[in-house]
Design a binder for this molecule. Structure first.
Ligand SMILES: [Zn+2]
Length: 93
């Protein structure tokens, strides 16, 4: 999966998601993006249509059924992001 990256100096570049970590210097960011956009298991909630990407972005769930359909993947995605942030902080010392 190719994604568009905008750099602080304004340039845009399309790169493979697995190269995002190296390009941006954020560990596991590519894996996180793929978890949000590339996982076929993350179908929208059948009750309200809420998606995993939306739930991760807003930390909100649309209905009670979301907790059955989206919450397990939400917890996994959130813990991966947190682990990536923690390893990034540990690696920058
Ligand atoms: Zn729902």
């Amino acid at each position: 999966m190719r994604i568009s990256v905008k750099f602080p100096h304004g340039d845009r570049q399309r790169i493979e998601a697995q190269d995002v970590d190296h390009t941006t210097g954020v560990p596991a960011l590519g894996e996180f993006i793929l978890a949000l956009h590339g996982d076929p298991a993350s179908d929208p909630c059948p009750g309200c249509g809420q998606t995993l990407a939306e739930a991760v972005r807003t930390s909100l769930f649309g209905c009670g059924l979301c907790y059955t359909t989206l919450y397990p993947a939400y917890v996994e995605a959130a813990s991966k992001l947190q682990a990536a942030q923690n390893s990034g902080l540990a690696g920058s010392e």
